[in-house]
Design a protein around this ligand. Structure first.
Ligand code: NAD
Length: 955
């Protein structure tokens, strides 16, 4: 068969060369650009990014401004002709003309790949294709769906497309549907309900398709959605009267072989009705990058040759199942297509039993050759407006300019450069010195979801357990017992908590001071080992730990899991960091002088933690103190003592000596204040509100008689964080990121976005989409993973946020508000517009699901507004203007600045976290400077010169 494949490859290759795609014609206006893009990687990056943002630019001035910002840079090499064109395009008099010409060039580029901009233009494109003897499957390009209104609109568009296709008639009608377009709350964490919802939503489309015998493909998107899409496919197959259905396998996924077996099993029940499209896969870079960022196994083959081999293997299997499947081989590669033809021949399949699929605009030569051979060809026809079509266009451009591209190699044979893919594949994800971030759970896996669910049930059966303080050697019950409750069901008791008081404070501090010398003398490696063992315990108990977070702090599944991961990260990271700081330090030492440095623990520390990261922050502060040689007394937040107790459990399992970590649940006013004022305390690590933080700072400054040291306060406080959205921002990305940053965990993160500053004309479209997104948010008990927003932590928080809702209505306009259940401490998420920089809604930390939108004239004014608060914690920018990105990087001085992404979710070791101004006075947590705050530097200088004799000089 190999020789037959080779013969067919040669045959197809010859046919291909007769039709050179416009893209690779260096004399054409589009081909000229691509030709240069193939030669220069700087230009290619600039070109793709510019093309991506061009549709969002309204005026000629903006176009020329962006042109200059992207192309007039040292790292971008331009041929003389393009340099002249650039000068013309950015000239004062010529910009207008150039902008029009540019748009028309990019349109021409887009039209290479996008068949129609509207459903109404579709019939013409379809007829043209039918005339060439091919059938089609229609794909809808669209914005990312962030609201239910958009989901409904997308479904209507699919139905309109089907109607137009039916009107054209002639040939086999088919639609390719992307399920992510049809549900704004789609999340694999809630896969089962999402599948049921999608099946219901698709029903009218499927009924219409069945009536006209159309074939509906469920397109494959990213790997995270794959299982969900296959589950949906299975559910749809089981609906009586369903139309012909198709699913897609991506050969670059390692799991596709197993998935094919699953699809075959389904198809056996419905012989002849299941179409399977086999593609190589178009999201390689994203899959690799995201897996590496999350620390997950890379789901795709990292070597192109492996993908090709998998493709060939899957082709053989697919065609072998032609009795029950309709295989569709989607490739533009002559060798892959030839292999399929050879296999089909060897199996004596008729051309009716399988088909080839080609992307619109990418395979005219192949199309002709296959049709001439009598094979069936279906063209994948994208329909969509230029703006949302850009992401698709850039993907096609990337594909065509990659050096692995078959078409490129066919038509531009003389170019070579190192493969960026292989280079990227070997890059390390994160961490130095062996530290690796704890990977979050992959909720796309059904086993992970069911284990998680079981852990929730387990913890549910343990609700009401007793939590006691730990003083000295063991648990110490008190006579003050208070319940800790579930914010979603305030009558559900999570734990009965024995409250510590002044006696426990005194006893704990005394004991901590007793054990201090021995703990300080414990070698760093041993101290670090306790942390690592505690990390291992949490890792083993991560599901139940997360479940406690759901019940006591009302975190959603992902947020609860992230909290546990961060706690593990802090343990591992600080263990590694302390080992680094413990290395002998020798300072400059001229002959006769020996200068060395070392670090000592500062003395007994207390950690006073907030409830919003009840495990992570508590763990981070206390174990930084511990590993640095300081016994620590831990005070969890009053709302979350049960979660805090997990830390005690972890260190007990680690075998930590008694007295080194003590635990005092209780109120801030009683326990917290007494700890802060105690003369036996050396360091106070606090994270919480500004009011309490400043009070602690002042109280700790007192040095009562008998206290022979000055206390150090590490104080992390609130924020009033802003995201600037520039005129040219990618709204798909911005809206999704703002939704998560402002409303994730109900806006109760210190890093949460509470102000959006919209620049110029982006204001209206941004507000419109945000408003719809907020109204669509699912609000309810976080035990149910489908809920994006849960209750606030307690009734006081609820009342406070409600007061701000009233203030917002008097200061600005309530533009949108979501829903909320009646029981529990819920506040419906809200969006306010017409807020001015001096308004309370723009100045005060609200700590709830309330977002204020401000309007700025230009990027300079936006930066000024962004900085006009007492705080400097996090901030963000969405912009595609390189100059504006550089400007905001420079000006927007906050502890954590995020560009073109959300502003929450800092990761230990990657984004050290913490602010300044009234947001805090510490070095950033999870960063290289953090431990120094718990250490005393000590320098020793020894004079080695005695009676004229310098030992070092003997060498
Ligand atoms: P909070 O200030 O009310 O409480 C924090 C801790 O301080 C709790 O353990 C509390 O019991 C204790 N406390 C209260 N009064 C005290 C007193 N007089 N003396 C000593 N201790 C006292 O804060 P919170 O409501 O738990 O947390 C929310 C706040 O924390 C928000 O302002 C948020 O921005 C901030 N926060 C900041 C960061 C950061 O890294 N900058 C991180 C998380 C939370």
């Amino acid at each position: 068969m190999t020789s037959r494949t080779e013969e067919l490859t040669a045959e197809l290759g010859d046919a291909l060369l007769q039709v050179r795609p416009a893209l690779f014609d260096p004399d054409g206006r589009v081909g000229g650009l691509i030709d240069w893009a193939l030669r220069d990687i700087g230009f290619r990056t600039a070109l793709f990014r510019f093309v991506d943002c061009l549709p969002s630019l309204d005026s000629a001035d903006e176009v020329s401004d962006h042109l200059r910002a992207y192309f007039d840079r040292d790292e971008v090499v331009l041929p003389a002709s393009l340099r002249t064109a650039l000068r013309l395009a950015t000239g004062r008099w010529t910009a207008q003309v150039a902008a029009v010409a540019l748009r028309s060039n990019v349109r021409a580029l887009a039209r290479q790949f996008i068949a129609a901009e509207t459903p109404a233009q579709l019939p013409r494109a379809l007829r043209r294709l039918h005339r060439h003897g091919v059938s089609t499957t229609i794909d809808l390009l669209g914005e990312r769906t962030v609201s239910e209104a958009e989901a409904v609109a997308h479904l209507a568009e699919y139905r309109a497309l089907l109607e137009h296709a039916v009107a054209v008639g002639g040939g086999d009608i088919s639609l390719s549907v992307k399920v992510s377009a049809l549900d704004s709350q789609l999340d694999v964490v809630d896969a089962q309900r999402c599948v049921a919802r999608l099946a219901e939503r698709l029903r009218p489309l499927l009924e219409e398709a069945a009536q006209v015998d159309a074939l509906i493909y469920l397109d494959m998107e990213d790997h995270q959605l794959k299982e969900l899409v296959l589950d949906l496919f299975q559910v749809l197959m089981e609906i009586p009267g369903a139309p012909r259905l198709g699913c897609v396998l991506q050969a670059y996924l390692r799991e596709s072989d197993a998935d094919l077996s699953r699809v075959v099993a389904i198809a056996r029940r419905y012989p002849g009705r299941v179409s399977v499209r086999l593609v190589k896969g178009a999201y390689w870079d994203t899959e690799v990058a995201l897996a590496r960022q999350r620390g997950w196994p890379v789901p795709v083959f990292e070597d192109k040759a492996e993908t090709d081999a998998a493709f060939a293997h899957l082709v053989t299997r697919l065609l072998g199942e032609a009795a029950v499947l309709k295989p569709a081989i989607a490739s533009h590669n002559a060798a892959s297509v030839a292999h399929a033809l050879a296999v089909a021949e060897s199996l004596a399949l008729t051309p009716e039993q399988y088909e080839f699929q080609l992307l619109y605009g990418m395979g005219e030569g192949m199309q002709k050759a296959l049709v001439a051979r009598g094979n069936r060809v279906r063209v994948y026809v994208p329909v969509g407006a230029l703006l949302p079509g850009m992401a698709y266009l850039v993907r096609r451009l990337l594909e065509n300019t990659a050096n692995t591209s078959f078409l490129r190699r066919t038509f531009v044979p003389d170019l070579s450069e190192p493969s960026p893919r292989t280079a990227g594949a070997t890059a390390r994800s994160s961490g130095e010195d062996g530290f690796r971030n704890e990977p979050p759970l992959d909720f796309s896996r059904v086993a992970v979801r069911s284990d998680f669910s079981r852990a929730i049930d387990q913890v549910r059966s343990r609700l009401g357990e007793v939590v006691t303080p730990v003083v000295g050697d063991g648990d110490r019950a008190t006579d003050r017992i208070q319940p800790s409750v579930n914010p979603a069901h305030p009558d559900q008791v999570v734990a009965m908590v024995h409250q510590a008081g002044p006696d426990e404070v005194d006893a704990a501090i005394a004991r901590a001071n007793e054990v201090q010398p021995a703990w300080q003398a414990t070698p760093v490696q041993e101290r670090a080992a306790y942390l690592r063992r505690a990390a291992a315990y949490l890792r083993d108990h991560r599901l139940t730990a997360a479940a406690w977070l759901i019940f006591e702090a009302a975190k959603g599944w992902r947020e609860a899991d992230a909290d546990v991961c961060e706690a593990i990260d802090f343990l591992e990271y600080y263990a590694a960091e302390m080992a680094r700081l413990d290395r002998p330090r020798r300072y400059a030492s001229p002959p006769g002088e020996d200068n060395t440095g070392e670090y000592l623990g500062r003395g007994v520390a207390v950690a006073i933690a907030p409830w919003n990261f009840p495990l992570a922050i508590l763990t981070g502060m206390s174990t930084a103190a511990l590993v640095a040689g300081n016994p620590v007394v831990v005070k969890p937040a009053s709302n979350t003592p049960r979660v805090g107790r997990l830390l005690v459990e972890a260190f007990r399992a680690a075998g930590l000596p008694a007295g080194v970590l003590q635990f005092l649940p209780g109120s801030g006013g009683a326990v917290g204040d007494a700890l802060v004022r105690h003369s036996g305390v050396h360091t106070i690590a606090f994270t919480g509100s500004r009011e309490v933080g400043l009070g602690i700072h002042a109280a700790a400054a007192q040095t009562p008689a008998g206290q022979r040291h000055v206390k150090r306060v590490i104080c992390e406080m609130g924020g009033k964080n802003a995201i600037i959205v520039d005129r040219d921002a990618d709204l798909d990305e911005a809206v999704a990121a703002i939704r998560q940053s402002a409303f994730g965990y109900q806006g109760q993160k210190c890093s949460a976005c509470s102000r959006v500053i919209a620049v110029g004309a982006v204001h209206e479209p941004l507000v419109e989409r945000l408003a719809q997104a907020i109204e669509s948010l699912a609000v309810g008990d976080p035990v149910n993973p489908g809920n994006r927003i849960g209750p606030l932590i307690d009734s006081a928080a609820q009342a406070k946020v409600e007061r701000y809702l009233a203030i917002g209505q008097s200061e600005g306009r309530l533009r949108a508000q979501g829903r909320k259940p009646d029981e529990g401490y819920y506040v419906a998420p809200a969006l306010f517009t017409d807020i001015a920089p001096h308004h309370r809604l723009a100045q005060e930390e609200i700590f709830g699901p309330v977002l204020a939108v401000l309007h700025a004239r230009d990027i300079e004014e936006a930066a000024t507004i962004a900085l006009d608060t007492d705080y400097a914690l996090t901030g963000g920018l969405f912009s595609r203007h390189p100059g504006h990105v550089a400007y905001v990087r420079e000006r927007f001085r906050v502890g954590n600045l995020y560009i073109n992404r959300g502003i929450t979710g800092a990761i230990v070791g990657r984004q050290p976290f913490g602010g300044f101004a009234l947001s805090g006075i510490g070095s950033q947590a999870g960063g290289a400077d953090y431990l120094l705050q718990f250490l005393l530097p000590r320098t020793i200088c020894e004079n080695t010169l005695r009676r004229g004799f310098v030992p070092e000089m003997l060498e």
